[in-house]
Write a protein that binds this ligand. Sequence first.
Ligand code: FNR
Length: 362
Amino acid sequence: MKHLFEPYSLPSTTLNNRVVMAPMTRARRPDHVPGPDTAEYYRQRAGAGLIITEGVFVSPQAQGYSDVPGLWTDEQRAGWAVVTDAVHDAGGRIFAQLWHVGRVSHTSLQPAGAAPVGPSTLQAQAHAWVQGVGFLDASRPRALGTDEIPRLTADFADAAARAVQAGFDGVELHGAHGFLFEQFLNPHVNDRTDRYGGSVENRARFLLEALDALIDRIGAQRVAVRLSPFTRASDLPADDQAEAVYAYLAPELARRHLAYVHLSDLRLGGAADVPEDFLKTFRAAYDGTILLAGGLDRTRAEELIASDLIDLAVFGRPFIANPDLVERMRHNLPLATPDPDTFYGGGAVGYTDYPHHDGSAA
Ligand code: FNR
């Protein structure tokens, strides 16, 4: 039987176990450059089979939250190189999550105070986060011109190239949670009449073109994608045709031979928004590695892996307070509870000061 604590081979690297640390924004880098604290935080958690970093902005325009590290400068690349060395020295593997928030931003976070960009001018009833100010209503976006899309795609490819130079084992395109790519996928946010709007194929075009640009630059075995089927995050309207989107995407993703597809269930309404029936359908249509995140514990993760619905189990909040989460789950030790007040911003408190299960420093 397949087991949570056994090694797993991705196309480009082998993981020590099937436990993955979820991408989690921690907003502690006002200069957007990863620092020694970033390296220490990820090193402490290298017992995960795979770490996926916090969302990393690919350009200044991509930003919707303050104090998040980026990958658009050589200085940022050098900062991340220290992080990947620390994780590799500790025996771990690490992918960078590449992020553009699209319309979910505020003019004060945008270059020259410009409007955020999206598929349309439809404003999100959602929030951007500005350090020292708090949550601000997302500003009215400007609709991207058809001829601007290749530049955004190039920003992702450039960030991916820097990620590989910085020693990352791969990159995960953030295609989830109502940010840029899901804004294009959603027929109620995307009202375009060009080749990026209308049919399912057109709405999925930007996502697939971005993935192809990453594949061209760093190779398919290093490219992954995160998607959140049926999510309503960031004011994404319900799409009763979402199944058609995924029926189209599954074989398109399969033929690209990606490192993995990461499905995120935010469970915003409390219950699962990625039903087991969907997982079965997607599993049958997509023959690569599948990750699932959202409300998992050891028991549920083992059930999902043993029943062959997923390959790798992703844990978010448990990794914040339990740097040795894999050891704790392996030995059925109690888990510490993370403090939501220190999720975003601040220093070492609630970041690098959570101890091991025996009370020793992580
Ligand atoms: C997140 N999540 C998240 N997701 C993502 O794709 N990129 C990101 O940068 C973040 N940032 C983030 C910050 C914090 C503090 C939390 C708690 C969560 C979502 C995360 O990856 C995961 O999907 C959820 O936390 C659900 O998994 P758990 O926590 O139930 O295991």
